[in-house]
Design a protein around this ligand. Structure first.
Ligand SMILES: C[S@@+](CC[C@H](N)C(=O)[O-])C[C@H]1O[C@@H](n2cnc3c(N)ncnc32)[C@H](O)[C@@H]1O
Length: 289
């Protein structure tokens, strides 16, 4: 046995883990995308899935492509970012936004909403429909952000597989929809296209929650199913970013598997509907500024 080589091994670190660490480091050094504070288990799963999908024999092969083929970057980001969404996902959350949040937002002459991690835009269009039906959309600006450029392009187009429409229509009605979802899209062959008038007050922009700063002064920040991918310190940083973006009395809506419970900024917020992860900045009853 070669004693020297044996001693040099780090017993707890698998080859996969070493290669993944190098891949993540290459992504940061070469392009500035920082995944070092993402939750390790799900990140590992996604890197291995990417290697499988790209028919790479090892993660190191992905690292070589990343370093030497600039057009591999969007492929890597797409693989790591999970831009999965649906319209009116968790309809009871959208019902709560409709019934508990929009009536308060109605008191502002101009409403700013930041939707962070917008993926392919399904939530943005859902929000626009809610606001339209509440008669608030014409005085609302929605900033829809993501760090995945190709997801943002997809979001802007608003084109989705028609097979999704059935579930989304049910969601829409369960969220208190006043018409039928079909009123908001046109269908052609296997695709539906959301009414582009719904986009009229949406600005799509690239924003990275890990490295970028406060985005706008918002009355509502909606960021769902993004924090689950982050480590605790990164979740804390992101929640502080949302707190700093909100006007006093502004609302924060997180995903149903995310919560403020153990975050340092928890004490800055009051639950409005804890089950639906809707919070308000400041003590209960805080008015607008
Ligand atoms: C699972 S999707 C959530 C989509 C939608 N919010 C929902 O709940 O249906 C997660 C999104 O977060 C985005 N994301 C992940 N890390 C991010 C970061 N550091 N900055 C901005 N967006 C990020 C991904 O690109 C992806 O589109």
């Amino acid at each position: 046995m070669n004693e020297l080589a044996d001693n040099a091994k780090t017993p707890d670190t698998s080859l996969d883990d070493i290669e993944i660490e190098l891949f993540i480091r290459a992504l940061k050094l070469r392009y500035g995308y920082d995944f070092t504070q993402y939750a390790p288990a799900s990140l590992k799963r996604r890197v291995l899935q990417l290697a499988h999908a790209q028919e790479a024999a090892t993660v190191s092969e992905l690292t070589t492509r990343l370093l030497h083929q600039p057009d591999f970057l969007p492929v890597a980001l797409e693989g790591l970012s999970v831009p999965v969404s649906e319209m009116f996902r968790d309809p009871d959350v959208f019902l709560a936004l409709r019934e508990q949040v929009l009536p308060v937002l109605a008191s502002y002459p101009q409403i700013n909403i930041w939707q962070a991690g917008c993926a392919h835009g399904q939530e943005v269009y859902s929000l626009a429909i809610l606001l339209e039906e509440a008669g608030l959309y014409d005085r609302t600006q929605i900033y829809a952000t993501d760090f995945n450029e190709s997801a943002l392009r997809h979001a802007q187009e608003g084109i989705y597989p028609a097979r999704e429409a059935q579930l989304w229509s049910r969601n829409y009605l369960a969220a208190g929809g006043k018409h039928t979802l079909a009123d908001y899209y046109s269908a052609r062959y296997e695709l539906i296209k959301l009414d582009q008038r719904l986009r009229r007050n949406v600005i799509f922009a690239n924003h990275n929650l890990v490295t970028d700063e406060v985005f706008c002064e918002a009355h509502l920040v909606l960021c769902r199913n993004v924090l689950i991918y982050f480590s605790d310190p990164l979740q804390d940083r992101t929640l502080a970013l949302f707190r700093d973006s909100l006007v006093r009395g502004g609302f924060l809506c997180l995903g149903t598997r995310e919560s403020l419970d153990f975050a340092p900024s928890a004490s800055d917020f009051t639950p409005v509907d804890a089950a639906r992860r809707i919070y308000r900045l400041g003590p209960r009853g805080t008015g607008k500024e």
